[in-house]
Design a binder for this molecule. Structure first.
Ligand code: UDP
Length: 457
């Protein structure tokens, strides 16, 4: 690790949460592997040190922490609005103190777009700030153009169930026709404080030195192209930021797992027969909804590997077709040849990982950007099917719906599922092209690296 005063030194700060830390760390690994002399200081709140510390990082990435400024019950997602507020108000001062102490001189800060205060810190300390948006560019564009929704009478909406939710919006730049029900925030009556924070951060991010997206050209090009006509700073799409992306032989490498039991189980299942089920790293669904999922999966007769955090033991009983685990190495699971589908909450990282692995998705969005991501998956990319919620019972998907749709989705002989698998393979190829040497994401990453180095001189 080069810690001499001449080293190019990047400080990376993700928002607390796995869905934000993972892509930031993956981006840093890619940058670190492009030049050994680059030094990266990766800053997280203390509660995340253990998790990151246990994963291997290149020698030119060092970890630093700032104190936990967020009460642990908020970290666990019990109070999303409180969590968002704490992230926006309590991390700035300790981050600035840390930055003042760091050696060598910091060349550039890469901050999660949510952490808009990093721009203020950068200005005070005269350090350039790049903004990383670890979600869909579509989500960025919708939020960036939120005033359009207000002026068209599409915010706030009291009830999105029924016909109102089916109404189509066609005026958001770069976004193809979208149902009101698939737009984030439009019914956010309770979450207006958090919404204000997010919209403010997105608008401020255009004052950064540059903007990075963890998406790739070829799937959201209309959005990225349209944003480029409005936002005058460089926009780089460097996704999907998969840690293995510099390795051309990813599938083999990914299979070199230390063989936890679930991989033994996957190894013994027929090709493409297993539905991988996970609703993300921190949100949870109600007990009754968990029961609907358990019963629906069981009744479908389909093999499944289910990440059911916290509830794993309760649900394990009685199943002979499935395995329930509290956590898994998701990317490797998705790349396993036995996995043929992903029942997902449509978090952006999960979505990109599934696209990367060429696995079709069954969408079960819970909130926020996930609802819009589900629309991209099903309508725009045509690599997924929706699980439908019962009208009037927000967020409850019934066991019959789960059983029937899972069966259709995983039917290896069906035309519909065959078409989904064909599209998923096509998307995988587009993705591989983007990240290989000379591809759009790889070229963008190099351009960003050059920008950092030039700023350092
Ligand atoms: N993840 C994992 N194992 C699990 C569940 C999740 O490794 O059992 C990882 C997953 O690969 C992804 C991240 O956690 O990189 C979740 O991010 P995402 O944006 O999909 O959802 P979030 O958890 O932020 O809602």
């Amino acid at each position: 690790m080069d810690t001499t005063t001449s080293a190019v030194h990047v400080v990376a700060i993700p928002s607390p949460g796995r869905g934000h830390i993972n892509p930031m760390m993956n981006l840093c690994k890619l940058l670190a592997s492009s030049d050994d002399s680059l030094l990266i200081t990766f800053v997280v709140t203390e509660e995340w040190l253990g998790f990151i510390g246990s994963a291997p990082t290149p020698p030119n990435i060092r970890l630093r922490s700032i104190p936990n400024v967020i009460p642990s019950e908020l970290v666990r997602g019990a109070d999303l609005a409180g969590f968002v507020e704490a992230v926006y108000t309590k991390m700035e001062a300790p981050f600035e103190r840390l930055l003042e102490e760091l050696e060598p001189k910091v060349s550039c800060i890469v901050a999660d777009t949510y952490l808009s205060w990093a721009l203020t810190v950068g200005k005070r300390l005269n350090v350039a700030v790049a903004s990383l948006w670890p979600m869909a560019p579509s989500m960025f564009s919708i939020s960036y153009h939120f005033d359009l929704l207000k002026s068209n009478g599409h915010f706030p909406i009291d009830d999105l169930s029924g016909e109102r939710g089916e109404e189509r919006v066609n005026y958001i730049p770069g976004i193809s026709s979208i149902r009101l029900a698939d737009l984030p925030f439009v019914s956010a009556k309770k979450g207006e404080a958090a919404l204000g924070r997010v919209l403010g951060a997105i608008s401020l991010s255009t004052e950064s030195q540059s903007l990075l997206f963890t998406s790739f050209h070829g799937i959201e090009n209309h959005v990225i192209d349209s944003l480029r006509t409005k936002i005058r700073i460089p926009i780089y799409y460097v996704g999907p930021t998969i840690p293995y992306m510099t390795l051309q032989d990813m599938p083999q490498k990914a299979m070199e797992h230390p063989n936890p039991d679930y991989f033994d189980w996957l190894d013994s299942q027929p090709k493409s027969s297993v539905l991988y089920v996970s609703l993300g790293s921190f949100l949870s669904v109600s007990g009754p909804q968990m029961d609907e999922i358990a019963n629906g999966l069981q009744a479908s007769g389909v093999r499944f590997l289910w990440v059911a955090r916290g509830d794993a033991t309760r649900l394990q009983e009685g199943s002979n077709m499935g395995l329930v685990v509290p956590w898994c190495d998701q990317l490797r699971v998705l790349c396993h040849s036995s996995v043929g589908g992903f029942l997902t909450h449509c978090g952006w990282n999960s979505t990109m990982e599934s696209v990367y692995a060429g696995v079709p998705m069954l969408t079960f969005p819970l909130l926020w950007d996930q609802i819009t991501n589900a629309k991209l998956i099903v309508e725009d990319w045509k690599v997924g099917l929706r699980l439908k919620q019962e009208v009037g019972e927000k967020n409850v998907v019934r066991r019959q719906e789960i059983a029937q749709t899972v069966k259709r989705f995983m039917d290896l002989d069906g035309d519909e599922s065959g078409e989904l698998r064909r599209r998923a393979r096509e998307m995988k190829e587009i993705c591989e092209k983007a990240i290989k040497k000379g591809g759009s994401s790889e070229t963008n990453l190099r351009a960003f690296f050059k920008e950092i180095v030039q700023g350092h001189k």
